[in-house]
Design a protein around this ligand. Structure first.
Ligand code: 5AD
Ligand code: SF4
Length: 467
């Protein structure tokens, strides 16, 4: 594990100080921003930091995209679909920019960290005012001030990545939120672009993480999700703190009742982590453990560095140790060279494990990754067919798995409320990430409620409150 590199506070300060001059620029211009974020939770959390910096600079959020005077696209490039959407959505703004010359358009995020894609976008859409990569996030106010001064700014820098502490954050929720514990990825799964756009693995100092969690608890947050591309390889070089130890430290923060984490790579899931899940009461009994494929040959081609047997062994160990645990996963179909037999091994694994959710994707070739160069690419129709069959199989398993909940009781952290025809239904998750709907109104949002499961609807459980 590399030693952490932190961005010196003076450099961050310089960037944020640009906000002061920005404020002056903005006086009377009434700028309002809107951020459109694509992709994973990591990206959503970056959008919260962009928001934080913008509000520090004196911008306020626009009530709608149409009313915004600064539009920011926080892009994703994990699959081609996301890329196409961004190009489409930005292209559609041409007319609006002609009618509203004062409108500022910025594009950032993972897709802009791929230099050739960023350059193509900057060239294709001359009305885009600002493009910057993932390693420039903390320079955003500085770059924006140049844009406001009339310059068209393009800033994409190669870097292994740094750690920036102390960026302002405007959080979307008020009782559940994300805390990044590490950035980047070293795994180079052969299909994946993430290591190229997010840099090498680097872990935040445990004391900074605990301090952030403590300040969130003081503000009333009750649930936190620790984020990283591969949290199991969290390692802080200075004092040998690993992920299970970090969980233990975060558990000591008063006021936090639920601790979640994602994502876990099966190759790094240690017995110590299973023990931490089993023994630390605040750590939730849910694990997101992407399997990607059930075929050993494909797993090896994917450079995942575990076998189907190793994965199934982990599932067994987790289930034996952690009460009521549920597993969710990610699966790719149609990886180059995947045969019908390989795919059937994935179906068999899904049947054997019984995931409570499987996020399924058709393989999408990413420029610069090893798998994109492989010769035996699978035709689109075959990928589509396999995706449908996999989804049907996983839905079937879910139905079977849900049956066991009928009659059980559990605690829900209420996230929201749906207006239904008969009565409003509150909803939220059990500790193991199962979604439950039960009669209740919006006043319950943010509270913990004890429920008894009485039925199943689609993928969710239906319950009734228990006093
Ligand atoms: N094509 C399809 N799916 C992908 N994923 C990552 N890269 C690709 C790709 N090139 C999926 C993996 C990963 C999830 C976040 O996205 O399943 O776990
Ligand atoms: Fe991509 Fe593999 Fe890293 Fe996950 S572990 S981000 S799939 S390279």
């Amino acid at each position: 594990m590399r030693k952490t590199v932190e961005v010196p506070p003076e450099e961050l300060q310089k960037s944020l100080e640009a906000s002061a001059s920005l404020m002056k620029e903005l006086e009377g211009r009434g700028f309002q921003y809107y951020i459109e974020s694509y992709g994973c939770q990591m990206n959503d959390h970056d959008a919260e930091k962009l928001s934080g910096m913008l509000q520090t600079c004196g911008f306020s959020p626009a009530p709608s995209k149409e009313e915004a005077t600064l539009l920011l696209f926080n892009t994703c490039c994990v699959r081609e679909h996301a890329e196409k959407r961004v190009f489409g959505n930005i292209g559609a703004l041409k007319k609006r920019k002609e009618n509203e010359p004062g409108l500022l358009i910025g594009v950032c995020g993972c897709m802009m960290q791929q230099r050739e894609v960023a350059e193509r976008l900057f060239k294709r859409f001359p009305f885009v005012d600002l493009v910057f990569g993932t390693h420039e996030l903390h320079h955003f106010p500085l770059l924006l001030s140049r844009t406001l001064a009339g310059e068209r700014v393009f800033s994409v820098r190669e870097s292994d990545g740094e750690i920036v502490e102390g960026l302002p954050v405007v959080r979307g929720g008020s009782f559940s939120t994300f805390v990044t514990i590490m950035y980047g990825c070293n795994n180079f799964c052969s299909y994946c672009i993430v290591p190229y756009v997010r840099g090498r693995e680097r872990s935040r100092a445990p004391e900074n993480i605990v301090a952030e969690v403590r300040s969130l608890a003081e503000r009333g947050f009750r649930e936190i999700t620790l984020l990283g591309q591969n949290v199991n390889s969290y390692a802080y070089a200075d004092d040998g703190v690993d992920f299970p130890e970090l969980l233990r430290r975060v558990s000591t923060v008063e006021g936090i009742e639920r601790i979640r984490f994602m994502t876990s790579h099966p190759k790094d899931l240690s017995p110590r982590l299973i023990e931490a899940m089993a023994t630390l009461p605040k750590v939730c009994n849910h694990i997101h453990l992407p399997v990607q494929s059930g075929s050993n040959r494909i797993l090896s081609e994917m450079n995942r560095r575990y076998t189907r047997e190793k994965y199934l062994g982990l599932v067994e160990d987790i289930r034996a140790a952690v009460d009521g645990v549920e597993l969710t996963t990610d699966i790719i179909v149609g990886f180059p060279g995947e045969t019908e037999e390989d795919f059937e091994e994935t179906l068999a694994l899904v049947r054997q494990v019984g995931f409570s959710a499987a996020y399924t994707f058709m393989y999408s070739p990413r420029l610069g990754t090893r798998a994109a160069e492989m010769e035996n690419q699978v035709p689109e129709e075959v990928k589509k067919d396999r995706l449908l069959r996999l989804n049907a199989c996983s839905a079937e398993q879910l139905k079977v798995g849900n049956q066991k909940y009928i009659g059980q009781e559990g605690t829900v952290l209420v996230e929201g409320c749906d207006r239904r025809e008969k009565a409003p239904m509150a909803y939220g998750k059990l500790t193991n990430f199962k979604m439950v709907y039960f009669p209740g109104d919006a006043g319950l949002i943010g509270s913990m409620r004890h429920v008894r499961i009485t039925g199943i609807q689609n993928n969710s459980l239906i319950g009734e409150p228990v006093e």
